[in-house]
Design a protein around this ligand. Structure first.
Ligand code: 5GP
Length: 192
């Protein structure tokens, strides 16, 4: 998606450790006009698919997930991150290793909001090593719902997540795939 690539090139900041900061339009301050265009693009890319729920992970996926949900006229569920040890009963749970924070946490979704018969599109802001998407996909599987696909705003194509998710046969659509980025020069290149 050219609009997003242009914006990343203009306002993205490359940090040490393969981290791309997009705080001025996506991760802290949010450009809702850009989000709306991203929502339409996801709608186009998953056109014809039966989707009745969007699933994302707090916090930075929620904004994007909401505009996608508006396009599909379906609700958004966000998985909550938790450190609580003994969560029982009424939730689905999986583990996620955080790329940006370097620790492991549980994510949970109430059984009330996900289950058999649901047809789920996963949405997140970034794809790096694929742990967040894998965790969300596990929740979907555990619930008995059907995973339709995954939509990502920015995939870092030089990390393994994209290959892992695609090799599982999951329909993955990334609006911008970063091929390389250099924290010394700030240069960012894209796939395609
Ligand atoms: P993964 O689980 O694929 O390794 O990492 C994806 C998650 O880590 C996303 O939910 C995102 O919040 C965060 N993340 C990974 N890489 C980056 C990055 O370069 N910049 C930002 N802002 N977040 C990232």
């Amino acid at each position: 998606m050219q609009l997003l690539k242009d914006r990343i090139r203009k306002d993205g900041k490359v940090k040490e450790g393969n981290v791309l900061k997009v705080d001025s339009f996506l991760n802290h301050q949010m450009d809702t006009a850009l989000f709306r265009e991203m929502g339409k693009e996801f709608k186009r890319r998953f056109e014809g698919e039966e989707i009745n729920k969007i699933l994302t992970i707090e916090a930075s996926g929620i904004g994007i997930a909401c505009v996608v949900a508006e396009e599909f006229h379906v609700p958004v569920v966000f998985a909550k991150k938790t450190q609580t040890k003994n969560i029982a009963g009424d939730v689905y749970k999986s583990r996620v290793e955080s790329f940006t924070h370097g620790r492991v946490y549980d994510i949970i979704v109430s059984k009330e909001f996900l289950g058999e018969g649901d047809k789920v599109l996963l949405i997140d802001d970034f794809l790096a090593n694929g742990k967040a998407l894998e965790g969300l996909a596990e929740l979907v599987e555990e619930s008995g719902a059907t995973l339709v696909g995954a939509g990502i705003a920015i995939e870092k194509g030089f990390q393994v997540g994209g290959d892992i998710i695609r090799s599982k046969g999951i329909h993955l659509e990334s609006l911008a795939i970063v091929e390389s980025m250099d924290d010394k020069t700030g240069e960012i290149t894209f796939r395609d």
